[in-house]
Ligand binder design. Structure first.
Ligand code: AMP
Length: 618
């Protein structure tokens, strides 16, 4: 089944294809592109100069939200309320990013190391999905102004290494911004499409996409066969990019001015001035042999040779990543047919020449390296819209497939528009001590609560050996075959007990029904997100209440009376918070409880270890 041509304004099945836009939702900058007269274009700012929208969100004291250049301007003056690099947090738990708090100028919340990160702004808590939705709304607004018509469908790009959680988070952000996300496309795939690579189904080739942006470096090796892109290997460095080149220049300038790091840290405006001068010098050196300017009224200068000497170790690091990717893909550079450059920092001549040297061929660099991913996303969108009759549309799943999890939430396992045949899986665990059976209820649809989706069937996994909650590992696999039959298989991995059912998801549902379900999901996205946020906060709180009671019981002799009483009162405050509809209140109560009890927990642990060691020879 092809993409359903649904008109999201009134829910009717559209006859003519709507505009589908391509969006590059980047770490530093984002862009939106669309097809005009058969060619992809990036939407520019009102002055017609810049297509880049900084991926920065600022919250003002009056709770108003701004995105883009205006928000970026607040990075220095109001860092606690200015959120950048949120893409680094998409689909991540606090544990995944625990080492990174120092990188962010705003507060990432660590109330539960296993659950997804939240960002605290004043007394409110946001998920990376909500913040990404703010950026997407701004892009949607831009393109709607440009086209003078509503835009509701998009293709969004993500790095090739994004896992299922990160991809699902990106889809959810789109939905929240009022966009029907037809497909999530890998950034290197989009970059290749922008150069027309992969559009000829008869051609088989292997390509390398070298993407050096402001803060991240990615190298992807792709194989393209019959129009299908397969990622052979990815490598990179999530903290390496043009910002590091700026640092090199800042160092040189500071030397010339006789300034130390401490001088720059204390005088923020001087620090900012030298940073801007350094970036401008770097950009100038992409086209000239030397740069001279001034900082704080004093002259600074740098030649291209000095710059290249300074950044050479950084460029070498990217080449090492390329070598690692090739090794993982088990191919030599001679097997790479084409090399594509992506990211603003590939404008640096040393970068371009080094890449050409490594692969032994001139890379594709005619298109603007900042725009190339968005342009390719627009081409992918055009293909999905059915405007390219020469290309085959693959069979896809028309609606998402998933299971019910705690609190009646829908957990999508195979997102809609996934290729058929296909498979995907995820691991779950139990929520009650000694739980022996687990009900697996399978649903179809796009809403966050299963009660609003279509139930396809359910079964019970019997015979899980009794274990404490959280210990069993239950693997659930969704396998959809070429005939569209879905097999749902559940297996407890420690004991091997297993159970499965077969379902035909498209049986008994019309295209109109599916269109209505899609429409409802967009119309209710904000409300659904609110309820999901509340239910997740409650689940987290309930786990913590359970753990807190256990902690008090087990450490009765270690804790003082005051500590016990304070912990109890924080627990009861959390309990009352869970009875409200206010997720921010629940998060605050969780944060207060954690802040108070974590030193106690450390002490209790130390005491227990000491007790255990006593009298033992070590
Ligand atoms: P991106 O994340 O792809 O938008 O890349 C932005 C990075 O490219 C920033 O570090 C910019 O300073 C850098 N950049 C933009 N233009 C140039 C240029 N002409 N020469 C060197 N670096 C540039």
């Amino acid at each position: 089944m092809a993409i359903i041509p649904i008109n999201l304004q009134d829910g009717s099945l559209a006859k003519a294809a709507d505009v589908i836009v391509g969006i590059d939702l980047g770490t530093t900058n984002s862009l939106v592109a669309y097809m005009k007269d058969g060619q992809p274009y990036c939407v520019k700012s009102a002055d017609g100069k810049n297509a880049l929208v900084p991926s920065v969100v600022h919250f003002a004291a009056d709770r108003s939200v701004v995105v883009g250049d205006a928000a970026k301007a607040k990075l220095v003056s109001d860092p606690a309320n200015t959120i950048y690099s949120v893409k680094r947090l998409m689909g991540k738990s606090y544990r995944d990013v625990a080492g990174l708090q120092g990188f962010f100028g705003y507060k990432i919340l660590d109330d539960d190391t296993e659950s997804l990160v939240k960002i605290r702004v004043n007394d409110r808590y946001f998920t990376p999905i909500e913040l990404s939705a703010d950026i997407l709304r701004e892009l949607k607004r831009r393109i709607e102004t440009e086209l003078g018509q509503p835009v509701n469908k998009a293709v969004i790009t993500v790095p090739a290494y994004f896992n299922d959680n990160q991809r699902q988070a990106t889809r959810d952000a789109g939905k929240l911004a009022g966009l029907d996300v037809l497909r999530i496309v890998n950034e290197p795939t989009a970059a290749a499409l922008a150069y027309g690579i992969g559009l000829d189904p008869a051609q088989t080739e292997t390509i390398a996409v070298y993407d050096l942006g402001g803060g991240t470096f990615d190298i992807s090796i792709l194989q393209i066969q019959e129009g299908i892109f397969e990622v052979l290997a990815t490598n990179g460095d999530t903290f390496l990019g043009g910002d590091d080149f700026d640092q090199v220049v800042i160092g040189l300038f500071a030397n010339q001015l006789g300034l130390s790091d401490a001088d720059l840290a204390t005088d923020k405006s001087l620090g900012q001035e030298i940073r801007l001068a350094a970036e401008s010098a770097k950009k100038t050196l992409s086209g000239a042999d030397e740069f001279s300017g001034s900082v704080g009224g004093k002259p600074v200068r740098i030649t291209r040779a000095e710059f290249e000497k300074g950044i050479e170790p950084l460029v070498r690091r990217t080449l090492n990543c390329c070598a690692n990717a090739l090794r993982d893909a088990k191919i030599g550079t001679e097997k790479i047919d084409k090399v594509v450059l992506v990211g603003g920092s590939t404008r640096v001549p040393l970068v371009k020449n080094s890449v050409a040297g490594l692969f032994g061929k001139s890379p594709f660099d005619d298109l603007d390296p900042d725009e190339v991913v968005a342009l390719g996303a627009a081409i992918q969108a055009d293909i999905l819209a059915g405007n390219r009759k020469d290309l085959l549309l693959l069979d896809i799943t028309p609606l998402s497939l998933g299971i019910e999890t705690v609190g009646g939430l829908m957990d999508t396992i195979i997102p809609r528009n996934s290729k058929v045949p296909g498979r995907a899986g995820r691991q779950y665990t139990t929520s009650v001590d000694g739980q022996k059976n687990l009900k697996i209820a399978v649903y179809q649809g796009e809403r966050d609560l299963v009660q609003h989706n279509r139930k396809l069937g359910e079964f019970i996994l019997h015979g899980i050996p009794p274990m404490p909650a959280g210990l069993p590992k239950i693997d659930i696999q969704f396998i959809i075959n070429a005939d569209g039959i879905l097999t749902v298989r559940a297996k407890e991995l420690r004991s091997g007990v297993a159970q499965e059912i077969d379902i035909r998801p498209t049986y008994g549902i019309s295209e109109e029904d599916m269109a209505r379900m899609l429409l409802d999901s967009i119309a209710h996205a904000s409300e659904d997100m609110r309820i999901r946020g509340l239910l997740e906060a409650r689940n987290e709180a309930n786990n913590l209440l359970h753990a807190g009671d256990k902690f008090l019981q087990q450490n009765d002799t270690i804790l003082s009376e005051v500590e016990k009483a304070t912990t109890k009162s924080l627990l009861s405050a959390l309990k009352s918070a869970t009875e409200t509809e206010d997720k921010d209140l629940i998060h605050r109560a969780i944060e207060d409880l954690n802040a108070y009890t974590s030193p106690l927990a450390h002490r209790a642990m130390d005491t227990t270890i000491r007790e255990a060691m006593r009298g033992k020879k070590v």
